[in-house]
Structures are given as C-alpha cells and as structure tokens.
Design a protein around this ligand. Structure first.
Ligand SMILES: [Fe+2]
Length: 285
C-alpha cells in the first residue's frame, strides 16, 4: 500500500476523491469506473476472438541485455550499494525486447484506475503474486492470456527462475532473492502516480532488506520522460526534491530498495503521451 501521499497535490491535479469532502466528484469517478469496467469486460470477449490470428511466437529464450550479464553486474551492484537504486538501460536483449513489445497485451486486459493517487491502467487479472500457497492468478484467465501472449508466459517463468534470482542476489548483495509479484501497466495522457512510499518501507528500518522493486519501462513517448510516465524518485511527495528521473523510458529499468524512504511517482502525463511498463518485486533476505 502507498503511504505519505500529498492530498494538496491530488487536489491541485484535480484527482482528489473523497466521499466526505468531494461527494459529487467522487460519485462521478466511481460511476465512470463502473461503466468503463462493464464496457471493458464486454469488449474483452470480442477482442479475444479477434486476437487469435495475431499471436506472436515467443522467443526461444528470454535473454537479458549486456548490462545484466554476470560479468557486468558489478557496475549495477556498485550503483545499487551506493545509492540504493540503479538504472539499467538495455535490460533485455534486442530480440527479447522486440518480442515483449510485439506481445504487449491489448488494452482490454487493463483495469480502470481505482483512485486518483494511482491513476493509470493496470492488469489486475494477470497480476502474478506469490502467496503462502504458492498460487498465482485465476487459472482460467491465465490460460486464455498465456495462449494469446506466450512471450509473457516465458517472461514470467524467467523472472521466477534461478538465473534471475542469482542476479538479483548479486545486485543487492543478498543471501536470498525470491520473486514476489509481477504487474503490467499502461499509462497515457492524464495518467498520474502520486509520489508515495510503499507501506513496507515504514515497517522496517533503513538498511534492513525486505523488498526490491523493478520498474521495467518497455516503451513510451510523446513528451520528455518526466511528462510521459517516467517514474522518478523524490525526497518529498510533491515532485519538488528530485533524486532521480529516468533519462529514457524505453528499454530500461529502475531498481530501488523499498526499505529506503524513496518517494516514487510520475506527474500528470502530457497530451498524446503513453507508457507501457512491467513492474516486479523481489523479496530479499
Ligand atoms: Fe509504490
């Protein structure tokens, strides 16, 4: 859960919803969400049948980019150790990247935002979460999804592999690294992520390891990264004291330690801009 959100900033961006203080605006937002979701579910059925001829064959293997090869990991690891975050360009090999882009799921698989502070579209039904029983998403949904997007089946398996875990351990200097969740998101004109701290970071003291986040920026554009969904790190919750803004949101990843008190978010996206991203988290010991 997100904490330390600035209500003032939400008000300024016109995204503050509260039944008590903004009843009409909030009811309108909820109706809009309800209607959007009804239409989406209806469209989803039709779209699924149309997608069949356009299935993209998966790559033989998911291959990480040069910066993530074992011999180059030291650079990332040093960056991470000194700043508690790292930015890596060319995260996957060109072939893997192309396949992921070509297979990025249709918009009918992405839900309407739930609130104003996390105002972008993300795929709830294909969110992979490792719970106590090691189960994941709804099996029936997954069957359709992975049939249409086999590259994502490979990608999810790869992120959950020993190879990936080994690399995360090296970067974070941890004894254990276990994939905890994967989520896909689409953001566009008007989307917004209010700078916040993840709940987890208030539960432990800085320096203690629990979770690390990867934001993999697949593709985006239409304005500068700052105005087209380039999630940045901040000291404050109103974009005033920047720590880091990604120089590009194509083909690159921002890794950061959830325990550190980094606020992360992106400002309201410019007209015509868009961004596709994959967010995954690792639990560390
Ligand atoms: Fe967050």
């Amino acid at each position: 859960m997100a904490v330390n959100i600035s209500i003032e900033l939400l008000k300024k961006r016109g995204l503050f919803y509260s039944l008590r203080s903004r009843p009409l605006k909030t009811i309108f937002f909820r109706i809009k969400r309800f209607v959007f979701e009804k239409i989406r579910v209806h469209r989803r059925k039709k779209v699924i049948s149309k997608l069949e001829p356009y299935i993209v064959s998966p790559p033989t293997d998911i291959i990480l980019g040069k910066n993530f090869e074992f011999k180059n990991l030291e650079i990332v690891s040093e960056q991470y150790a000194s700043q508690n975050y790292a930015f890596i360009e060319n995260f996957f090999s060109q072939d893997t990247y192309n396949k992921i882009c070509d297979s990025f799921p249709h918009e009918v698989f992405f839900n309407y935002p739930r609130n104003g502070s996390k105002f972008y579209y993300w795929s709830e039904e294909f969110r992979w979460i490792r719970d106590d029983n090691k189960t994941t998403y709804n099996e029936k949904n997954a069957e359709t999804f992975f049939h249409l997007y086999p590259t994502f089946k490979k990608l999810f398996n790869f992120l959950n592999s020993e190879d990936m875990s080994e690399k995360v351990k090296i970067i974070t200097n941890s004894h254990e690294a276990e994939l905890y969740s994967i989520a896909l998101s689409r953001a566009k004109e008007g989307s917004f992520l209010s700078p916040h701290i993840d709940t987890i970071s208030t539960e432990k003291k800085p320096g203690e390891k629990i979770m690390m986040n990867f934001i993999y920026f697949l593709i985006g554009g239409g304005s500068s990264p700052h105005n087209s969904g380039g999630t940045g790190l901040y000291h404050d919750n109103e974009f005033k004291k920047s720590i880091f803004t990604p120089p590009t949101i194509k083909f690159s990843a921002l890794l950061y330690d959830s325990i550190e008190q980094f606020h992360h978010g992106f400002d309201v996206m410019a007209p015509g801009s868009f961004r596709w991203a994959i967010v995954f988290q690792f639990k560390l010991l």
